[in-house]
Design a protein. Structure first.
Length: 276
């Protein structure tokens, strides 16, 4: 990496828009403490006009997000509101030269993302996920193409990255067309799919690993009761019927009820105390 590149600013961007069911700003406040502990990077929160974050962010960007979407909760099987529109504005709103765009349900427990930022890239997106479940869909539809995970995205301010995010915005605004074009199952807009479509178009409608983050993400899809930290360098993720013992590394938790719970807040405190 050149001296000019090493002098560029680096930071993290979160999106958090509360719904009737989930306090995403609370999740962001807790996750931000893990980011600061392990990455020591400034964090910008993009949120609602009336949101009341409690964490001391580097910057809070307030936007009017009126996009309405719904998802089927994979745990409760209920239909819930999902305010996932506008992720493409990360390029516009990020104040950093090099940005880690991270979902608030991705728990940063090591410094591996810092090392990824040393790579040569314009943008990179997470491709694969190891899951605690036996199987997870790998394609956008039965006869569609593989999708990417917008859970972790890294980008550098440059023309190609701007084009990538501008294209995601076009895909969101014309979701009905692109959903049919790529034969996506279901009707709800999903950032994972839009990022995959944009990346494929950017690479000449070809499958390419040029813009892929070169490691897998571990995702827990089941209901989480608590996460224990009493084993050295390991975590015990306690589910309803089983416990998973995994190395202490970054982890994607999809159970939003756990992430807004006191058990998650206690887990964050335990991680910070152990690192003190």
């Amino acid at each position: 990496m050149s001296s000019d590149a090493s002098a560029e600013s680096k930071g993290v961007v979160f999106f958090a828009f509360n719904t009737e069911d989930v306090d995403y700003v609370r999740i962001a406040d807790l996750s931000a403490r893990l980011v600061e502990q392990h990455l020591n990077l400034p964090i910008t929160l993009i949120t609602d006009l009336d949101a009341e974050p409690k964490h001391n962010y580097d910057k809070v960007v307030r936007i009017e997000n009126q996009g309405k979407n719904f998802r089927n909760d994979h745990i409760t099987k209920e239909t819930k509101q999902w305010r996932n529109h506008g992720r493409y504005t990360a390029y516009e709103h990020s104040p950093y030269d090099n940005t880690l765009l991270i979902d608030t349900d991705y728990l940063v427990l090591d410094d591996s993302l810092l090392r990824l930022m040393e790579l040569d890239y314009d943008y990179r997106v997470m491709e694969n996920s190891n899951s605690s479940a036996e199987t997870m869909p790998a394609r956008m539809g039965l006869v569609s193409l593989p999708y990417l995970w917008a859970t972790v995205v890294m980008f550098r301010k440059c023309p190609r990255s701007k084009m990538f995010f501008d294209l995601i915005g076009r895909i969101q605004r014309n979701w009905g067309y692109y959903r049919n074009l790529y034969m996506v199952d279901g009707t709800s807009y999903r950032n994972d799919y839009a990022f995959a479509m944009s990346n494929m178009i950017m690479n000449g409608y070809c499958s390419s690993r040029k813009n892929i983050i070169p490691h897998k993400m571990f995702t827990v899809v089941q209901e989480v009761v608590r996460i224990d930290t009493n084993l050295k360098d390991k975590l015990i993720v306690r589910l309803m019927d089983v416990a998973l013992t995994i190395p202490k590394h970054n982890i994607h938790i999809m159970d939003k009820d756990f992430l807004v719970s006191d058990n998650f807040a206690e887990f964050v405190e335990e991680i910070l105390d152990a690192s003190a």
